[in-house]
Design a protein around this ligand. Structure first.
Ligand code: PLP
Length: 374
């Protein structure tokens, strides 16, 4: 099956009794045993498994080309389960530019448990230099948040395999529609399904997908089931519903993003645009090799400083000033102030989650907002 067909059918089951075409939300927390004490459908208790979660895990595993998936209550919970599964004393390598909430999780929640080096993953030698005998995981985010850095998945996988290290990729920005890290050799893929997969900014969730079902995966499944950071059946239903239109939404996000990146690139109010679809982007060639499209996220530097960036944001009408990304509506954010005082993100950087409104309206909105800094 091709990806559009998987997105619509792999997370749905026609009800055997009512013949309802759309799978219902099974709210029950517990499931009846047969007379012999067995559980005929395999469901026991909804923290352990339930029909909606199974459908969600099924569709995402298939979209990513993985053997199995574990759904969690948020992207951070999904990533945290993988970090937890490594066990105390493990060393991980993570990117210097990555979602700051996950960087903070590594630094604060796993302080004293895991050792970490944050490196520029576009520089293979820099990654090679921090590998230690206790290194268990290379955590990749490409394109990265918020600088849209592109790292070479194939080269990092090769380096990791030569050193017996697992590789996980946060694929939130690209989605499996544009990038399939497991097919390039990664061991795990992680998503904040809160973003593009659900796609409507109304449900929080996360998922891990594995290339193989081995003992490491069993440990992650145990952390999901016994740790209990699981999504509700309603959350799973909503995410499955969103995924059905994912391939078409992603094309719309990309078509708008490439036009917006081009507009910003030519704008006298803009110092620099970070978008891998632009030929001048340092990761453009690698992006072309490992992504089928450049996605809907971009960042840019407004001429001036934080004041000018904030002025532009205040004068936008269609773009909403809010954190998060991946919904149908366009969002803008002054990233440095969200990330806090320790941020390395430039003060004049605006991150844009390009929505699927009409591009003419989006460009006009920015043109008007730019006039406020004249
Ligand atoms: N990864 C990336 C790239 C993100 O942007 C986010 C959230 O913004 C996360 C992970 C965390 O996901 P969640 O907010 O669902 O926990």
């Amino acid at each position: 099956m091709k990806i559009e067909t998987i997105a619509i059918h792999a997370g749905n089951k026609i009800d055997e009794h009512s013949k309802a075409v759309i799978q219902s939300i099974a709210l029950s927390t517990t499931f009846q045993r047969a007379d012999d004490g067995s559980y005929p459908q395999g469901y026991v208790y909804s923290r352990m498994d339930n029909p909606n979660r199974r459908s969600l895990e099924n569709v995402i595993a298939k979209l990513e080309g993985g053997q199995d998936a574990c759904a969690f209550s948020s992207g951070n919970a999904a990533a945290g389960a993988l970090f937890q599964s490594l066990g105390p004393g493990a060393h991980i390598i993570a990117p210097d530019d990555m979602y700051h909430g996950l960087r903070n999780q590594i630094l604060q929640v796993f302080d004293g448990i895991l050792e970490v080096d944050f490196v520029d993953m576009t520089d293979l030698q820099a990654v090679r230099e921090v590998i230690r005998p206790i290194t268990r995981l290379i955590w990749i985010e490409t394109p990265s948040n918020p600088l849209l850095k592109i790292c070479d998945l194939r080269a990092l996988v090769k380096l990791a395999q030569d050193n017996n290290i697992k590789v996980a990729c946060d694929n939130t920005f690209s989605t499996p529609i544009f990038q399939q890290p497991l097919s390039l050799g990664c061991d795990f893929v992680m998503h904040s399904t809160t973003k593009y997969l659900s796609g409507h900014s109304d449900v929080l969730g996360g998922v891990l997908v594995t290339s193989i079902k081995d003992s490491a995966w069993e440990k992650i499944r145990a952390i999901q089931v016994l740790g209990g950071a699981v999504p509700s059946p309603f959350d799973c239903y909503m995410t499955v519903r969103g995924i059905k239109t994912l391939p078409y939404r992603m094309r719309g996000h990309y078509q708008n993003a490439i036009l917006l990146a081009d507009f910003l690139d030519k704008s006298p109010y803009v110092d620099k645009v970070f978008y891998p679809g632009l030929e001048a982007h340092p990761g453009h060639e690698i992006a072309k090799q490992q992504m089928s499209s450049f996605g809907g996220m971009l960042s840019f530097l407004v001429k001036g400083g934080a004041n000018e960036a904030i002025k532009v944001l205040k004068n936008l009408n269609i773009f909403t000033q809010a954190t998060s990304l991946g919904g149908v509506e366009s969002l803008v954010e002054h990233r440095a102030s969200v990330e806090g005082p320790a941020t390395q993100t430039p003060q004049n950087l605006i991150r844009v989650s390009v929505g699927i409104e009409n591009i003419t309206d989006l460009i006009e909105d920015l043109e008007n907002a730019f006039k406020s800094i004249d």
